[in-house]
Design a protein around this ligand. Structure first.
Ligand SMILES: [Zn+2]
Length: 234
């Protein structure tokens, strides 16, 4: 499989799409609810021909995108009350909030149990997510980075933030990977995919062919994991 990121122009809009060329006979264009555009094409098909076909569908693509922007519902804001569902490492937990004389939080038998006293349940839960994200992302980065040691690059440092439109990013000047704290809600394979993606940016700035070849060699299921993340977050 070959993967690249391509662009077409439609009116004033630049439409970016992911092109996957693989063992198949027909061309397919898909607009996902996140408004990501995925084009699948036969391996031997000429790149310019593919771009032309996508260009011909630009009106339809724009319409689909607009539909999803207007109708795609964001998950409800949390109220931090018993019964609500909270995701952590790919599993769902039901929240149980108990007024207590201590502040504590734990996972037990499918429940996220929050005992609160001085701090609000919201504060406790958000701090818990952050602490878990820091320790788990660090551990996964150590694990994933082992596959990059041969390239003689320095291990990037890690930052955790609430990002609105991406799961992670890489800054070459500071050699830092910034991870979206929300990614802690996905399973470890998805977290690893985000880390591998950002580590590949240590080698290649843009999403070019070499980038995807490297990513595929480190994380074979990256495309599936990316879809999974998209269903879950953003
Ligand atoms: Zn990237």
């Amino acid at each position: 499989m070959i993967a690249t990121t391509e662009k077409i122009e439609y009116g004033k809009e630049v439409i970016e799409f992911e092109l996957l060329q693989e063992d198949r006979k027909t061309l397919s264009i898909e607009v996902l609810p996140s408004t990501r555009i995925k084009v699948k094409a036969p391996e031997n098909k000429n790149r310019q021909d593919i771009i032309k076909k996508v260009q011909n569908k630009a009106k339809w693509i724009t319409k689909q995108k607009r539909y999803f922007v207007d109708n795609y519902k964001k998950p409800d804001e949390k109220k931090y009350v018993s019964g609500e569902c909270f995701r952590y490492l790919g599993k769902q937990y039901r929240l149980k909030v108990i007024k207590s004389d201590i502040d504590s939080i734990k996972l037990k038998n499918g429940y996220l149990i929050v005992e609160y006293n001085l701090k609000t349940p919201a504060k406790l839960i958000n701090k818990w997510y952050k602490d878990k994200a820091i320790s788990i992302f660090e551990k996964e980065l150590d694990k994933c980075f082992k596959q990059f040691i041969a390239y003689k690059i320095d291990k990037p440092s890690l930052k955790i933030r609430k990002l609105t439109k991406r799961w992670g990013s890489y800054n070459k000047n500071s050699n830092t990977i910034t991870m979206n704290i929300e990614t802690i809600k996905a399973n470890k394979n998805c977290i690893d995919y985000v880390i591998y993606h950002e580590l590949c940016h240590c080698m290649y700035f843009s999403h070019n062919k070499q980038f995807y070849t490297l990513l595929e060699s480190k994380c074979k299921d990256w495309s599936k994991l990316k879809n999974k993340l998209e269903m879950l977050i953003l």
